[in-house]
Design a protein around this ligand. Structure first.
Ligand code: CDP
Length: 366
């Protein structure tokens, strides 16, 4: 009798032990699976690996700087912001408004010798006030159009910023969503797009309105007063938006701001006409506490594996020679190194999925 009880006791203990071990194994497996999802949203994939033949070129030097850990330097950010603000004042001046440009005054173009008088009709096309007054954003994504964005999976990360700036009506539709996202608060529209892609808006205007539709109610920034040929087509774009009742908000870049930006960067070695991306990064530096740059890589090879890249993530139209993108890029790399902006050259990891573990497993896993 006693022997049977003892045997039962041992069997029972063994059962308890086996089931405890089973549960432990199960819990550990669950924890392991959730860990894979619990990375910080901005955590990157493995550091950039540089194949030998890439290492020997300029690109190699850039990557050496880039592969160091990025640490945000609030002091430097504040310094550059206040310098930009005092010398260029993008907050008030980046956009032509009824407040900063009086009726009857003259607007002097920034890229050629030309002046236009602000007639009441032209004045009516200006927004009342700058949309940036009393606004600062915690995080901004500035999206360049470099081919490096193709297959980057950075869409979600780009869209997670509070304010997203894009360049030249670059496509954000379904085929590009995963790599570049869709959220847009400001998008630039250079005249060549209007002239060549949308027939100067002299023929069918619906394709243009449909492209604008992909940017929702974002500001659409036209360099209306850079070259004479930009003015009429920018005004046609504005009238098209009004005629079609598009939610887009067209605004005109202020040539005075462009001139002050050019002067600002000239003293830092950027002598050629600034690229759209550099202008937008400068504006973001005034508006945002943390500036993240995507799609900035003016080289024909990918930094990770040196594979060939198109100039744009959506086509291979070559860069205009009026810009000096590699020189600008060197400046951006320096800023990255100083913790002033965060360049993104690597692929992004998807955001963590919501874990469905019960609460006691969360406790166990932590
Ligand atoms: O009008 P723009 O030629 O300046 O620009 P884009 O070709 O439409 O590209 C927008 C911006 O992305 C450029 O102004 C550059 O700052 C940046 N970009 C880059 O860094 N590397 C590339 N391969 C292409 C564009």
């Amino acid at each position: 009798m006693r022997g049977r009880r003892l045997r039962n006791f041992w069997i029972f203990s063994l059962l308890v032990l086996v089931s405890a071990a089973g549960w432990f194994a199960l819990y550990s497996l669950a924890c392991y699976r959730t860990e894979g999802n619990s990375q910080s949203p901005l955590k990157k994939t493995a550091p950039v690996q540089t194949p030998q033949y890439c290492r020997e070129k300029t690109v190699g030097n850039i990557l050496k700087v880039y592969s160091q850990d990025w640490i945000k330097q609030k002091g430097y950010i504040t310094l550059l912001r206040s310098e930009l603000n005092s010398k260029c004042n993008g907050v008030d001046k980046a956009i032509v408004t009824q407040t900063n440009t009086a009726m009857g005054s003259n607007i002097t173009y920034d890229a050629e010798k030309r002046i236009v008088k602000v007639t009441p009709k032209l004045f009516d096309t200006f927004v009342k006030d700058s949309p940036f007054i009393n606004k600062t954003f915690k995080t901004c994504s500035v999206v360049g159009n470099g081919g490096i964005l193709a297959n980057s999976s950075c869409g979600e990360e780009i869209d997670s910023a509070q304010f997203v700036i894009r360049c030249n009506l670059a496509p954000v539709g379904s085929g590009y969503r995963r790599d570049v996202g869709t959220k847009t608060n400001l998008v630039t529209s250079n005249p060549s797009i209007l002239l060549y892609k949308f027939g100067s808006l002299m023929e069918l205007r619906r394709p243009f309105v449909e492209r604008l539709g992909t940017f929702g109610d974002s500001l659409v920034l036209f360099p209306t007063f850079s070259y004479g040929q930009n003015t009429a087509v920018s005004l046609r774009a504005l009238y098209t938006v009004q005629d079609f009742g598009s939610p887009a908000r067209p605004v005109f870049m202020n040539p005075e701001y462009m001139r002050s930006l050019a002067r600002f960067w000239k003293t830092r070695g950027l002598k050629k006409r600034l690229s759209t991306g550099m202008m937008m990064a400068s504006l973001a530096l005034e508006l945002c506490d943390e500036v993240h740059l995507y799609g900035f890589w003016p080289y024909p090879q990918h930094p990770r594996d040196c594979r060939s890249l198109n100039n744009h993530y959506y086509d291979d139209m070559k860069a205009k020679s009026v810009h000096a993108m590699p020189v600008e890029f060197d400046q951006l790399v320096q800023f990255h190194n100083q913790g002033v902006v965060r360049l993104h050259l690597e692929e992004c990891t998807p955001r963590p999925k919501q874990s469905h573990l019960p609460f006691f497993l969360h406790w166990w896993c932590s």
